[in-house]
Design a binder for this molecule. Structure first.
Ligand SMILES: Nc1ncnc2c1ncn2[C@@H]1O[C@H](COP(=O)(O)OP(=O)(O)OP(=O)(O)O)[C@@H](O)[C@H]1O
Ligand SMILES: [Mg+2]
Length: 347
């Protein structure tokens, strides 16, 4: 591990509850790790703690085998060799691109600056001022400025949130490619689950200052440990049920659901399951029948709310329907359930 946080807690002065509480995670060299969670869950606070801009109340931070923060030690931010890319890029408006990148640097040659310009795709832009560049180009200048210092880790706080949607997609790809090419370790912060799933080697999901789950994007999406993770990362229907006798299905009020991930639970055990909207497939013979009560056309899919009601139950489910299907409110439709995205919540 190149960075390790052990049981980090931080309460800001005058605040009753901690901004982060007992947070532990590690980052491997060369890894792209994302801190994902809703507004106010403590993501920026964690970056500031790693950078040395805040001191933890308790716990320990280790960077490259050196304890940089604990009850016994403290290494100043400027000695931690950490690069930061801020949301607003924080470029000097009156300095050229090259001067922005080289600001305060003594040990880099002109050639090395040109190499980094090339890496971020801005060869030939060195003499322009930031105001002459697009948002995405300015962001790459900010990234170059961080990378040219050969940081142990580069911290990026919501780096794409100022960009329009198309540019954001492109910059996600460009920035992660540049970071991977340079071999730098990176910690991204985002509250956008799609972004986290697409750019990360590993994700740490945060909620109210605590870690809910950490794992690869696939583990987080397919095997949520908590209801929070199931509904925050992607969309999910959360239901109660019991494990079926075959131990590969879950019996719910709506019928028996084939379930790929039962975590070895025994038949008859009560469980909570997460059923992704993609688990439903239109099928006239399907066992889940209901009335469409709301539709949201999204281009690549249709988000529909299906109301399943009879004498005993009245439950709404979120289902995805292929956009080619002409569907409207009030339609009676049947679905079958695919096991892929049905998982018992827990470990
Ligand atoms: N300087 C500060 N003084 C007091 N409280 C703070 C300070 N900075 C943050 N907080 C509080 O700490 C908690 C965590 O804040 P933080 O900025 O780390 O959240 P975040 O996950 O980055 O949120 P966002 O997605 O909105 O940026 C919040 O409740 C916030 O109000
Ligand atoms: Mg923040």
């Amino acid at each position: 591990m190149i960075i390790e946080l052990n049981e980090i807690t931080k309460t800001y002065p005058g605040c009753e509850s901690p901004a982060v509480k007992d947070v532990s995670f590690g980052v491997e060299a060369g890894e792209v790790l994302t801190l994902l969670g809703p507004s106010g869950c403590g993501k920026t606070t964690l970056l500031r703690l790693i950078a040395g801009l805040e001191r933890p109340d308790s716990g320990q931070i280790i960077i490259r085998d050196q304890e940089v923060a604990s009850s016994k030690s403290w290494i100043a931010p400027e000695k931690r060799e950490i690069g930061m890319v801020f949301q607003d890029y924080a470029l000097f408006p009156h300095l050229s691109v090259v001067k922005n990148i080289a600001f305060g640097l003594k040990n880099k040659s002109k050639e090395e600056i040109q190499e980094i310009l090339e890496l971020v795709g801005l060869k030939g832009y060195g003499n322009k001022n930031p105001a002459e560049l697009s948002g995405g180009q300015q962001q790459r200048v900010a990234l170059a400025r961080a990378l040219v210092r050969d940081p142990v880790v580069v911290l990026l706080d919501e780096p794409f949130s100022n960009l329009d949607m198309n540019l954001r997609e492109k910059m996600r790809r460009d920035v992660t490619r540049i970071i991977r090419q340079s071999g730098t370790t990176a910690i991204f912060v985002t509250h956008d689950q799609k972004e986290a799933l697409s750019i990360s080697d590993r994700i740490v999901v945060m909620n109210e200052g605590q870690v809910e789950q950490q794992g690869t994007p696939r583990e987080i999406y397919e095997l949520p440990h908590t209801n929070f993770v199931a509904s925050f990362v992607g969309q999910s229907n959360i239901m109660e049920g019991t494990i079926g006798t075959d131990e590969e299905s879950v019996i719910t009020e709506l019928g028996t659901f084939p379930c790929q991930h039962t975590h070895g639970k025994a038949a008859g055990e009560k469980v909570t399951i997460s059923v992704r909207p993609d688990s439903f497939e239109l099928d006239s013979q399907g066992s889940i029948q209901g009335e469409i009560e709301d539709i949201l056309y999204k281009g690549e899919t249709i988000d529909a709310v299906l109301n399943v009601a009879n004498d005993e139950i009245n439950q709404s489910l979120l289902v995805h329907i292929h956009p080619e299907v002409k569907v409207k409110n009030g339609d009676q439709l049947s679905f079958r359930i695919l096991p892929h995205f049905v998982a018992v919540i827990g470990k």
